[in-house]
Design a protein around this ligand. Structure first.
Ligand code: TXA
Ligand code: MG
Length: 326
């Protein structure tokens, strides 16, 4: 059931979570599919509903940095620095897990992902949940495994229909792509997933340079080669390649285009979206745009390659995975 995120419905959602039900709620990045992180059966239901492999860990959303010791041990000073700088906000920290944190939450690893979300509805939900004796809310993105994340409540309905007790609707999310994930369990901090908080911001706050993620990274489904995928074959193409390919398509192949700088050629009559040319606005609309083009039943979605600047890193990361087949 989809309901507006009023104070009454947020309180109802907190009650549902305590009862062991799943609740979808907005964060500043994407919508999350939440469960009581201390309730193993409830967290297991997230995996069942998403179709997500059991060894993929989920992020625990907490009210504030003071809750961190209940979830993590041996908390390094870098975690406190990053928490102070970016929480509440779109940053997830991977830390050594505290005793008693379930294998279901951590995917059987000795680490746990934790984030203090900044969205007022997520914060309100965490506060009401705490009033009822709740602790953290485990919440992956509210989409089926491998598919595009949900940035609007209607997307959550498209993904799960009746399988979720309650969907709190607060319109489109602010950032539109998932949080930056920083792993602090190794000798040096590593970004496992780029996001709204940039590497430069993290480096400045930690006072150290970051190493790029390697294949030795612990499992993070957002770091799989293929993820965030529309059903249609998706290709990211340079402007000139895209324009010349559009000149060659024949009627047997239905193409839908996500452009941000080129104009729709007069000869092309398929679905076409002019995305914003500003990176923040592009990210905000990205998943809704991919969903809209996918819904057009095109055989292929052709995306005009965004620029390579640092503010486009997270966007290019998601597009690369959306386009990866295999
Ligand atoms: O913005 C976000 O982070 C959203 C909102 C709802 O908070 N959540 C989200 O969750 O994107 P999810 O599950 O779709 O992606 C979280 C990523 C996954 O790739 C997961 O494998 C990784 O975080 N992760 C979680 N705990 C981890 C751990 N202990 N070690 C390594 N990776 C972890
Ligand atoms: Mg996800």
């Amino acid at each position: 059931m989809i309901v507006p995120a009023t104070p009454e419905n947020i309180a109802l959602a907190a009650r549902r979570l305590r009862e062991g039900s799943l609740v979808a709620f907005p964060t500043e990045t994407v919508y999350g599919l939440g469960a009581d992180a201390r309730n193993v059966e409830a967290v297991q239901r997230i995996f069942a509903v998403k179709g997500r492999p059991a060894q993929h860990p989920v992020i625990v959303h907490i009210e504030g940095i003071s809750a961190l010791p209940r979830w993590a041990r041996d908390i390094p000073s870098g975690a406190r620095a990053l928490g102070a700088a970016f929480w509440p906000g779109p940053l997830t920290l991977i830390l050594r897990r505290a005793a008693g944190v379930s294998d279901i939450v951590t995917g059987g690893q000795d680490s746990v992902g934790v984030r203090v979300p900044g969205h007022p509805v997520a914060r309100g939900l965490l506060a009401k949940f705490a009033e009822r004796g709740g602790d953290g809310i485990a919440a992956p993105s509210a989409n089926r495994f491998g598919r595009i994340s949900a940035t609007r409540a209607e997307h959550v309905v498209e993904e799960f229909a009746d399988e979720v007790a309650l969907i709190l609707d607060d319109g489109a999310t602010r950032h539109g792509i998932e949080s930056t994930i920083v792993d602090l369990t190794r000798d040096e901090p590593v970004i496992l997933r780029p996001g709204a908080i940039t590497a430069e911001q993290i480096e400045r706050s930690l006072g150290t340079k970051l190493r790029a993620a390697s294949s030795a990274s612990p499992r993070a489904s957002g770091t799989l080669d293929s993820h965030y995928s529309p059903s249609a074959v998706t290709r990211v193409m340079f402007q000139s390649d895209l324009l010349s390919a559009l000149g060659r398509v024949n009627a047997s192949l239905q193409i839908a285009v996500l452009a941000h700088s080129i104009a729709k050629p007069a000869s092309f009559d398929g679905p076409w979206i002019d995305a914003p040319s500003d990176s923040n606005a592009f990210a905000h609309d990205l998943y809704a745009n991919l969903r809209a083009l996918d819904a057009s039943d095109a055989d292929e979605i052709w995306v005009e390659a965004p620029p390579e600047g640092s503010e486009w890193i997270a966007i290019n990361d998601r597009l690369r995975r959306a386009a990866h087949r295999g």
